[in-house]
Design a protein around this ligand. Structure first.
Ligand code: ADP
Ligand code: DAR
Length: 342
C-alpha cells in the first residue's frame, strides 16, 4: 500500500495523525491475527467525513499501531499513553433520583456497554468461524438467564424483513452496518453470526456481533435512570460469571472503535426539549459543561426531529461507568431546568 492521498475533505483524527513517517514505520507490520495498518485505516480513507477514521482488529492493534492510536486516543479522550483506566459498576454509587417523575420530558432511558471476548479478534479481524463461535457461546450463556432477565435470542440470519424492521422501529435492533462499518470490515459474512437477545419485558437486550461482539443494553420508558443502570450492572455481572472480556489497565474494556474504549458505555435519554431546540446556543452551553453528546433519536448520524433529542455522555475513557451515568444524569437535570425557564 502507498501512503494515502488525503484531500481537504478528510477530517478524521487518523488523517491528521498518520504522517508519512508513521505510515512507513507501521505499514509493514501486522498483529498475530494478521491485521494490517491498511485494514485499520480503510474506513477513514474511504469515508473522508469520518471523525476518527480507524478501527482496531484486536487488542494487540493498540500496541502494534500505537504510534497512530496513541495520539488519536490522547486527542479524542484527553487520555495520555501512561494513564490508567478505572472501572466502577457499583450502581449504589450513582446519585440519580428520577428527574422527571411526571414524564413531561424524558421519553426513554438506555444504557449500553460494548464488550469483546478475551483472546478473540475484534470485528474487523475475526474469522467467519470465530464469529459463529462467539454467537453460539454468548447466546448459550444468555439462554441460562432467569427471572427478569429471562428471554429469547433472535438470529438475524433467516429473520424476516418485517421482524427486523419492527425491532429497529422499537429501537431494539441495530441497523445493517453503515458505510463506516462496511469499510472497516465489520459487515463480513452479514448477517451470519449476528442477532439480538431480549428479555420478555424488552428492558434488557444483547446485540451479538454488531460493531463489537456484545452490546449489553438496559432500557425502559421514562426517566428512572438508576433502575436502568442497576439492571445493566446485574446483567454484566451475570455474564462475567462464565466469560472473560478483553480489558487492560490502560485502555479499560477493549473495543473495535477507539471512541468506545474504557467503559465502552453510552448512557442516553430520548428527551423532549422543544424550547431549547430553538436556542441551540443555550443548549450547547449545557451539553459542553456536562460532557454530553447530542444525537438524533434514530441512531448515530441521525438528525433530531420535533424537538426530541438523544442526549448521552461523551466521556468513556478515564472515567468510571458511574461517572458516565452521573455525567448524563447531571446534564439532563440542568437541561430540564433550563427548558422550564423559557
Ligand atoms: P449506540 O448503539 O452506539 O448506543 P446509536 O445511537 O446507534 O448508538 O443507538 C442505537 C439504537 O438505540 C438506535 O435505534 C437508537 O434509536 C436507540 N436508542 C439509543 N438511545 C435510546 C434511548 N435513550 N431510548 C430509546 N432508544 C434509544
Ligand atoms: N464513523 C466512525 C466511527 C465514529 C464513532 N462511532 C462508532 N464507533 N459507532 C468515524 O470515524 O467517524
Amino acid at each position: 500500500m502507498q501512503y494515502p492521498t488525503f484531500t481537504k475533505e478528510h477530517k478524521s483524527l487518523m488523517s491528521k495523525h498518520l504522517s508519512e513517517d508513521i505510515f512507513n514505520k507501521l505499514n509493514t507490520l501486522n498483529t498475530s491475527s494478521f491485521f494490517t495498518l491498511e485494514q485499520a485505516i480503510n474506513s477513514g480513507i474511504k469515508n473522508p467525513d469520518s471523525g476518527i477514521g480507524v478501527y482496531a482488529g484486536d487488542e494487540e492493534s493498540y500496541k502494534v499501531f500505537e504510534d497512530l492510536f496513541d495520539p488519536i486516543i490522547e486527542e479524542y479522550h484527553g487520555f495520555a499513553k501512561d494513564d490508567k483506566h478505572q472501572s466502577n459498576l457499583d450502581a449504589n454509587d450513582l446519585i440519580a433520583p428520577n428527574p422527571d417523575v411526571k414524564g413531561k420530558y424524558i421519553i426513554s432511558t438506555r444504557i449500553r456497554v460494548g464488550r469483546n471476548l478475551k483472546n478473540i479478534p475484534l470485528g474487523p479481524a475475526i474469522s467467519d468461524e470465530q464469529r459463529l463461535e462467539v454467537e453460539k457461546l454468548v447466546s448459550k450463556e444468555l439462554s441460562n438467564f432467569e427471572n427478569d432477565l429471562s428471554g429469547t435470542y433472535y438470529p438475524l440470519d433467516g429473520m424476516s424483513e418485517k421482524d427486523k424492521n419492527t425491532l429497529i422501529e422499537d429501537h431494539f435492533l441495530f441497523k445493517t452496518g453503515d458505510r463506516f462499518l462496511e469499510s472497516a470490515g465489520l459487515n463480513k459474512d452479514w448477517p451470519k453470526g449476528r442477532g439480538i437477545y431480549h428479555n420478555d419485558e424488552k428492558t434488557f437486550l444483547v446485540w451479538i456481533n454488531e460493531e463489537d461482539q456484545l452490546r449489553i443494553i438496559s432500557m425502559q420508558n421514562g426517566g428512572n435512570i438508576k433502575e436502568v443502570f442497576q439492571r445493566l450492572c446485574k446483567a454484566i455481572q451475570k455474564l462475567e460469571e462464565n466469560m472473560s472480556f478483553s480489558f487492560n489497565e490502560h485502555l479499560g474494556y477493549i473495543t473495535s472503535c477507539p471512541t468506545n474504549l474504557g467503559t465502552a458505555m453510552r448512557a442516553s435519554v430520548h428527551i423532549k426539549l422543544p424550547n431549547l431546540a430553538q436556542n441551540m446556543k443555550e443548549f450547547e452551553k449545557i451539553t459542553n459543561k456536562y460532557y454530553l453528546q447530542i444525537r438524533g433519536i434514530h441512531g448515530e448520524h441521525s438528525q433530531s426531529e420535533d424537538g426530541i433529542f438523544d442526549i448521552s455522555n461523551k466521556r468513556r475513557l478515564g472515567v468510571t461507568e458511574v461517572q458516565c451515568v452521573q455525567d448524563m444524569y447531571d446534564g439532563v437535570v440542568a437541561l430540564i431546568k433550563k427548558e422550564q425557564e423559557f
